[in-house]
Design a protein around this ligand. Structure first.
Ligand SMILES: CC(C)(COP(=O)(O)OP(=O)(O)OC[C@H]1O[C@@H](n2cnc3c(N)ncnc32)[C@H](O)[C@@H]1OP(=O)(O)O)[C@@H](O)C(=O)NCCC(=O)NCCS
Length: 212
């Protein structure tokens, strides 16, 4: 369907965590989760241009989905719906995107993510990140991924710390988040850093087992 785009589309899974491309039929679930999580998500997202209810309505999803499909088709992003498979059902619980992909001599992208507060603390996003990064470093043809996080966002910093990303930079007034230019800490990984360990998912399983 998307001839010529390395590694897209794809479905990835580990235990109950499933990553897949969005579908048009995700509109209702996406809107329900986004609307229920305004206070949880808004402090960490780019400053909205409009009301949360409207920007996250089922009809707004049409435009979000269209933009995601366009950029994925151009090979500029890998936008995953994050789902949990439980009790024989698949439930939409979050989002993980490898965006701003630049290829040629760079072969790098930025990872962004969020999860429904109702399933926070279960390691869903570290698992999703490990699956997506391993895929990006193999079939996706990338060499490096970056994650930029506000210093105040301790849960998100824990995600990259638990996966042993390298902290490599500090960006003053980096992005317009929740109404102001906010500093960010830059974390990164290159494919060489995880290849010797059998990938990021293998590293995550090993570190997670050692910590518990
Ligand atoms: C950051 C986020 C994606 C983490 O996802 P997750 O699947 O819950 O990740 P984890 O299960 O590994 O939990 C990460 C940390 O969150 C914290 N945490 C756990 N449960 C929590 C809860 N119910 N409420 C708040 N924080 C919680 C813990 O500090 C945990 O670290 P620990 O495992 O060392 O205790 C999630 O907190 C989120 O969506 N936050 C709002 C949006 C956001 O910040 N996006 C990232 C922007 S850079």
């Amino acid at each position: 369907m998307f001839d010529g785009v390395p590694g897209w589309p794809v479905v990835l899974a580990d235990g109950p965590v499933l990553l897949r491309p969005y579908r048009r039929s995700d509109a209702t679930a996406w809107s329900e989760v986004r609307r229920a999580n305004e206070r949880w998500l808004a402090p960490w997202e780019s400053t909205p241009v409009g009301r949360w209810e409207e920007l996250n309505s089922p009809s707004a999803f049409r435009y979000v989905h269209r933009d995601q499909r366009r950029s994925a088709r151009r090979g500029e992003s890998m936008p995953f719906a994050v789902c949990l498979r439980e009790h024989g059902r698949e439930r939409f619980v979050g989002h993980l995107n490898i965006g701003n992909i630049v290829r040629r001599a760079f072969c790098s992208g930025y990872v962004g993510y969020w999860v429904d507060a109702r399933v926070a603390g279960r390691g869903v996003i570290p698992t999703a990140m490990a699956l997506a990064v391993d895929h990006a470093f193999t079939a996706g043809g990338l060499h490096r991924v970056e994650v930029n996080i506000r210093p105040e966002n301790k849960p998100s910093r824990r995600v990259v710390e638990k996966l042993a990303f390298r902290e490599e930079s500090y960006h003053p007034r980096y992005m317009h988040i929740a109404g102001a230019w906010r500093d960010h800490i830059g974390y990164a990984l290159t494919s060489e850093e995880v290849a010797a360990e059998g990938g990021l998912l293998a590293r995550w399983h090993r570190l997670h087992a050692a910590a518990s």
